[in-house]
Write a protein that binds this ligand. Structure first.
Ligand SMILES: *Cc1c(COP(=O)(O)O)cnc(C)c1O
Length: 347
């Protein structure tokens, strides 16, 4: 979900952006009007995350999935290694892509269980270019509650489904990437936040220009035409978040929303949580009905009450409730009430 006020603002400005006589979709990305939209979006995100100039903010394309390759291709030489914490579906995909380029190896493995094992920095091998973690595991519903120790190896994280929902100590990381469609804006934009000192070493000459962080930083994400309309909507979301009171304020709401659903899981034997309770995600609440034959009825009855998108990730099964920033508290409350009622009716 996107915050409703953002959709309303986009609707009001759709055909004629601030008396320019054209839609943001129709503007040249080289126009000064569009540049202002871009700069405002970047500045707002920087304020939200308290970022200084030693970090760049990029708005790229290709989704989080292209970052699985770009991180490896920019940060590792082909003869180097990269450590991967395999905590879920997307962590494995990231590992597989990096393996095409460099010597990727597993530093922890959740072995199919939905948990986030501790990382022992002593297990980092020599010649490791970076350690990659998936900050929030969208499918299992687990997250890192603390930044893992990583010695002097740069730390890279996929925070696609956790960014802007709770406070992430961004400067603990050397690079964070996130596909916008989970908690930032519409699909088609990928946000990358990276320590600029990472770019001091030129990447391998094989890396395409469009996939080089240093080039994209130098050109203000505009080596070619960026996803202009998507970036504009991201900017509206950042503006909305700032007016809301910033990330600390939204984190309180995120905790309330997921807390209500976890409470509904834990208060009856009818449901069981999928994630290890110590690693429960604040944004993706995953659970099963103990009698799994009732899952289709659960989804059907929920849909009849206009609660949709609850089916778990196909490899995990069960139910997944995502409570990203656009989801109002009433949505989580309605689901928790529905869960209690469903358990009573079918228990
Ligand atoms: C959704 C998701 C992805 C995939 O994102 P795309 O933008 O579709 O490539 C990768 N990582 C995580 C953690 C995700 O939640």
């Amino acid at each position: 979900m996107l915050p409703f006020p953002v959709l309303e603002k986009a609707q009001a400005e759709l055909c004629d952006y601030q008396d320019t006589g054209c839609s943001v979709m129709e503007m040249s990305h080289r126009s000064s009007t569009y540049q202002k939209i871009y700069d405002a979006a970047e500045a707002s995100l920087r304020r939200l995350l308290a970022l200084l100039d030693d970090y760049c903010v990029l708005f790229l394309q290709g989704g989080a999935t292209l970052q699985f390759s770009m991180t490896a291709m920019n940060l590792a030489r082909r003869n180097q290694k990269a450590a991967y914490a395999l905590t879920g579906v997307f962590a494995e995909k990231a590992f597989n892509e990096a393996s095409r380029w460099c010597g990727a190896y597993q530093i922890t493995n959740a072995e199919g269980r939905c948990t986030v094992p501790e990382i022992d920095p002593a297990a980092l091998l020599d010649n490791t270019a970076y350690l990659h973690i998936t900050g929030n595991n969208t499918a299992c519903g687990t997250m890192y509650k603390k930044t893992p120790p990583h010695g002097d190896v740069p730390l890279v994280a996929d925070w696609s489904s956790g960014i802007l929902a709770s406070v992430i100590p961004v400067t603990d990381y050397d690079l964070i990437y996130a596909g916008a469609q989970k908690n930032i804006g519409p699909a088609g934009v990928t946000v990358v936040i990276a320590r600029r000192s990472l770019f001091e070493r030129e990447p391998d000459p094989l890396v395409p220009s469009l996939m080089r962080y240093d080039t994209m930083d130098k050109t203000g994400s505009m080596l070619n035409t960026p996803p202009t309309y998507g970036i504009y909507i991201c900017g509206l979301v950042f503006e909305w978040l700032e007016a809301f009171g910033g990330i600390e304020a939204i984190e309180r709401v995120t905790r309330e929303k997921s807390g209500m659903i976890y409470q509904a899981i834990d208060s009856t034997d009818f449901y069981e949580g999928i994630a290890n309770p110590a690693c429960r995600s604040l944004t993706n609440v995953t659970f099963r009905l103990r009698d799994q034959s009732l899952t289709p009825a659960f989804l059907e009855e929920a849909a009849a009450e206009r609660m949709i998108g609850l089916k778990g990730y196909r490899l995990i099964g069960g139910i997944r409730a995502s409570v990203y920033n656009g989801m109002p508290k009433e949505g989580a409350e309605a689901l928790a009430d529905f869960m209690a009622g469903f358990a009573k009716r079918h228990g």
